[in-house]
Design a protein around this ligand. Structure first.
Ligand SMILES: Nc1ncnc2c1ncn2[C@@H]1O[C@H](COP(=O)(O)OP(=O)(O)O)[C@@H](O)[C@H]1O
Ligand SMILES: [Mg+2]
Length: 223
């Protein structure tokens, strides 16, 4: 037994057309409540690494453990259960559904699960108001500013009360000031709930606010 939320064991991944593995025998432990930044130039495999952490992509070699259980990549139902139970995702572009309101976007990932709709709605409202969006609940995404949309994406990522959030350049599409505001809000929020964060970022100031910083380069991860 171990107390790691996520453990990457000897993860290796290659893609056709690249002469070296993009990830070469990577080992990484992520504990509950951890704050980890992953930096590295474009094309070094940061997004691929996040996809592998999420069980969205299968490594060529090595395996992933989530909460002590070895991931079986063939069992799609278990994979998707684990993702719904443990993970939240935030991307560079918000990926909000344009025809649905803010609150609908936030609670959508949970509607497929057997949660009472009233409770879900109340949780969604609470999250949105914690993120300063209480007056935007019934707006459509195109009626919001970029920073507000990204805060909705944060609320959506948190609606299942995840153990870990995988964030791939979550503020990369915002101007400097908004990026800082949204990032600090996200960080405080996640840390208050003891949610672990794996943050892929080019922003060195944001990386420095994490407990650990790793750099991905030539298939290897170094602290
Ligand atoms: N599904 C795929 N098929 C082939 N090549 C891929 C695939 N996904 C990513 N790559 C390649 O792997 C490398 C790393 O990509 P990525 O993980 O997106 O890097 P980063 O997020 O660090 O910019 C890039 O050269 C990219 O073109
Ligand atoms: Mg990427």
């Amino acid at each position: 037994m171990n107390n790691f939320l996520l453990r990457l064991n000897n993860i290796t991944k290659s893609f056709k057309g690249l002469d070296a593995p993009i990830l070469n025998n990577i080992n990484l432990d992520i504990a509950n409540g951890d704050n980890i930044a992953i930096t590295g130039v474009s094309g070094t495999g940061k997004s691929t690494l996040l996809h592998i952490m999420a069980g969205l992509e299968k490594p060529d070699k090595g395996f992933l453990e989530v909460n002590g259980d070895k991931i079986d990549y063939l069992n799609q139902a278990d994979l998707s259960n684990i993702r719904n139970k443990y993970y939240g995702f935030i991307y560079q572009f918000h990926h909000l559904l344009p025809d649905f309101s803010v609150i609908e976007n936030v609670i959508m990932p949970m509607i497929i699960r057997a949660v009472r709709e009233k409770d879900l709605y109340d949780n969604g409202l609470k999250l949105l108001s914690d993120l300063g969006l209480e007056n935007r609940v019934n707006h459509l995404p195109h009626e919001l500013s970029g920073g507000e949309r990204q805060r909705v994406a944060i609320a959506r990522a948190m609606i299942n009360n995840p153990s870990i959030i995988l964030a791939d350049e979550p503020t990369g599409n915002l101007d400097y000031m908004n990026a800082n505001i949204v990032f600090d809000m996200f960080l405080e929020f996640a840390n208050n709930l003891d949610t672990a964060i794996v943050l892929v970022t080019h922003d060195i100031d944001h990386a420095k606010k994490m407990k650990k910083i790793y750099r991905l380069s030539e298939g290897k991860i170094n602290s």
